[in-house]
Design a protein. Structure first.
Lengths: 75, 373
């Protein structure tokens, strides 16, 4: 239930709503809990609400972190 | 799916597992608690548990809102539906949790109660708008992730002057539960905590600092994908090995230090903290739950229906959900796990909820038990 997924905002709608797309499925969700969201942004969606904007730069940095080779071998 | 698939990459997973194996000092046992039920589920589902070194042990925490909801609160929802002819709107997970007198919300529906599953709090308010002559109540559960949506609909209901709508509020707070786990007598010793993903997008990473400092406990906030979890485990092992105990954030793409201020402000506007709230498995915890403020008492089901008085109801005698939620026992150590208690016939909440430890273990993990015996 707490699971939330990153979804692409495809269109802003009236009344603080937006149309999002997730793997080809489109859905309408509320933007009441976030600010400054535009089409093309990714948001974390949970129970019909965008909870947070996904920081795309940070996402790239996290992926790079996974691939990072550890420094010198652990002592 | 973008921002999902990359975080499930098999080669990177192998690499991270190898890093973990290197980092885990052979003569040390690392007991790490994943607080969040979604993490428990992910660890099981992606087979990560079987791939971690034997001395890195993951222990389930109480971060599953359906699991920690005590039977007595579900009884209140059932009574609302059966005795007050309310349209009772609930998230799907709650519907099958066994309550008192062999009842559940789903069984109440079979008896004629108007119980409706909703995906979003928005659906509940739509039902209220579409049924002006009926009372509609929303069974609100969840940690800090779902409290903002509930706050948002109460605000919407007030703006629209919806007179037939109320909320049965069972929202709970993460930090008091973490403290309870870390202070319980006879509790299992932990070397680190994997912090919840989506609670943290709302509250930010900063609030956990008090826990890290007070308990000298490394905390790493992790996203939900398998690579997130592996990276977080690696970061925890490094903290333990280096003698550090701070809050680190692996889920930087969605969690900032201060979190979602707008959502927090909305929650503070609508809710206040209850003096105490009862949790399945943890007993009554002070300042651990939310209640609707007096200014919005029109929308508080406990005010609108004053005969809804909470009564503590003990769990089924054989059910070990309490011990499992505290991390003291594992699902297969419950005598009725997999035999009497299965997803088709759940005895306790941990088997019903998609994030429950027992459900996760039953679906993904119990085969491992069998091969090891």
């Amino acid at each position: 239930m707490c699971l939330a997924i990153p979804a692409l905002v495809v269109e802003l709608l009236p009344d603080d709503m937006a149309r999002i797309e997730l793997d080809g499925v489109r859905k309408e969700i509320s933007l009441a809990l976030v600010e400054n969201v535009k089409a093309g942004d990714y948001v974390i969606v949970h129970v019909g609400y965008a909870l947070q904007l996904l920081d795309q730069e940070e996402a790239a940095q996290t992926l790079a972190l996974f691939a990072e080779l550890k420094g010198s071998a652990a002592a | 799916m973008k921002y999902v698939d990359e975080f499930r990459d098999g080669d990177l997973a192998k690499k991270l597992l190898s890093d973990i194996a290197q980092e885990a000092t052979p003569d040390q046992i690392y007991r790490l608690m994943e607080f969040c039920g979604g993490h428990t589920h992910a660890l099981s589902r992606y087979g990560l548990l079987g791939m971690l070194p034997a001395n890195v042990q993951m222990i389930h925490g109480p971060g599953c809102p359906v699991c920690v909801l005590p039977i007595g609160r579900i009884d209140l929802a059932i009574r609302l539906a059966l005795e007050h002819d309310v349209i009772l709107c609930s998230y799907g997970d709650c519907l099958r949790v066994p309550a008192s007198d062999q009842m559940s919300l789903l069984k109440a529906k079979a008896r004629g109660a108007d119980v409706r599953m909703v995906y979003s709090a928005l659906d509940a308010i739509r039902i209220a708008t579409d049924n002006p002559t009926r009372q509609v109540a929303f069974f609100a559960i969840g940690f800090e992730t779902t409290a903002p949506p509930t706050a948002s609909i109460i605000k919407q209901a007030q703006a629209a002057g919806l007179g037939n709508f109320s909320v049965l509020c069972n929202h709970v707070l993460t930090l008091p539960a973490m403290e309870a786990i870390l202070t319980q007598p006879g509790g299992v010793p932990l070397q680190g905590l994997v912090g919840p993903a989506h609670v943290s997008t709302v509250i930010g990473s900063q609030p956990y600092q008090s826990i890290a400092a007070r308990f000298n406990m490394p905390i790493v906030i992790a996203g939900f994908e398998p690579l997130d979890l592996l990276q977080a485990i690696l970061m925890l092992l490094r903290q333990v090995n280096e003698g550090r105990a701070i809050v680190e954030n692996e889920f930087t793409r969605a969690v900032t230090p201060l979190g979602n201020r707008k959502a927090q402000a909305l929650v503070n506007e609508i809710f206040e903290v209850r003096a105490s709230f009862e949790w399945r498995g943890l007993g009554s915890l002070p300042l651990s739950g939310l209640k609707i403020r007096a200014e919005f008492s029109n929308f508080d089901a406990e005010q609108r229906f004053p005969d809804l008085i909470y009564r503590t109801v003990p769990d089924h005698k054989a059910c070990e959900c309490g011990a499992i939620l505290r991390g003291e026992k594992r699902p297969h150590e419950c005598k009725i796990f997999g035999t009497v208690c299965t997803p088709d016939n759940p005895i306790g909440s941990c088997m019903v909820s998609s994030e429950g430890a027992c459900a996760a273990h039953y679906t993904y993990g119990r085969f491992r038990d069998e091969t090891h015996e």
